[in-house]
Design a protein around this ligand. Structure first.
Ligand code: SF4
Ligand code: MG
Length: 330
């Protein structure tokens, strides 16, 4: 089988007054058909920039894709024209963001926003599009879909608006849905409901999902595999089971220890790990986690270990997994 999406050695920078921020520094990952991949990390780790690059939504300038490859359904995304990208977005590649109000059109009924998309990308007739719009709203659990398609975004609550966004994003039956912090702006109960909608839809539609979040707890509930990002790189990757049962990177370990309890807290930012993320204007030459790592060794500061195979599908960018270090410990 072929992956739906394959990202290789992606490097993205952007300019600020202090210089060039190397936001994404050689990232590799893939998404298999029907799979939900979680991309996790704290703010500034490069996860959103990565997602925006996949959709070619980063503003350039100031951003620049320095190198790498993004193959989507076998085609190179980075070589496509803006016109081709517009075709792709909203049809084969759907997306939802943290704040639906920024992507919904406040002057158009939600029904029309879905039908326009269907007419544009799938060349559906008005009647067929109208029917499909009602079906989509039902699919994402909006009660009274037949009447609600005639309403405007402001007539919906935050959670219902996010459902509308999901309905729009999925209306053309995309191969990939990219969801960047889709529940962060919502309160805990609604958050759980939206995740439930996504979880339910993945079973019913044949859509692969990339779920970007700072909350490892959300990943546990819905994802198959995880990419943990740190300092613009992949720190660790593996199945949810591998990552949760035996994390191989101290950063992942720290994230797991600091997991907020979904039932008691609001969606709190996950930064109880002591210290600050690395300065990506002057990225470290060695392991980016060295200043915050309780296990740091001499070599860590000098040399980046690269992603080291840890068995199964797991790999971690940490010297602790190097055969020589393991030998010395034994
Ligand atoms: Fe810690 Fe060294 Fe591993 Fe980096 S490479 S995470 S500093 S032990
Ligand atoms: Mg973000």
């Amino acid at each position: 089988y072929k992956p739906v999406l394959e990202v290789r050695d992606l490097r993205v920078s952007f300019h600020v007054r202090e210089g060039e921020v190397q936001a994404v520094r050689g990232v590799d990952f893939h998404v298999n058909p029907g799979e939900v991949l979680g991309i996790v990390g704290e703010s500034g780790c490069g996860k959103s920039v990565t997602a925006q690059t996949l959709m070619r939504l980063i503003p350039s300038p100031p951003s620049r894709i320095k190198s790498g490859s993004v193959r989507f359904l076998g085609e190179e995304v980075l070589l496509k024209s803006e016109k081709e990208m517009q075709q792709l977005r909203g049809s084969k590649m759907g997306m939802i963001f943290q704040d639906p109000m920024t992507s919904l059109n406040p002057t158009m009924t939600v029904g029309r926003q879905i039908t326009e998309n269907l007419k544009k990308h799938l060349k559906m007739s008005s009647a067929a599009a109208q029917k499909r719009a009602v079906e989509m709203l039902k699919l994402v659990g909006i009660p009274g879909a037949e009447t609600r398609i005639h309403q405007y975004p402001h007539e919906f609550s935050g959670g219902m608006r996010q459902r509308v966004m999901i309905a729009i994003a999925l209306s053309c039956d995309p191969a990939l849905l990219i969801a960047d912090e889709p529940t962060t702006a919502l309160d805990v109960t609604i958050q759980a409901q939206i995740l439930e909608v996504l979880n339910d839809l993945r079973g019913r539609l044949n859509t692969s999902i990339i779920l970007i979040t700072h909350n490892l707890g959300i990943v546990a509930g819905i994802c198959d595999r995880v990419v943990v990002m740190y300092g613009g790189q992949v720190a660790e990757t593996g199945t949810v089971k591998e990552i949760f049962n035996h994390p191989k990177h101290p950063y992942t370990e720290g994230l797991l220890k600091s997991l907020p309890r979904l039932d008691t807290s609001k969606d709190e930012p996950l930064i109880p790990i002591h210290g600050a993320p690395p300065d990506l204007v002057n990225p470290p030459t060695g392991c980016a986690f060295t200043p915050r790592c309780p296990y740091a060794m001499k070599i860590c500061q000098r040399l980046d270990p690269g992603l080291i195979d840890c068995g199964g599908t797991q790999a971690a960018r940490c010297w602790l997994n190097h055969p020589k270090v393991q030998e010395a410990k034994a």
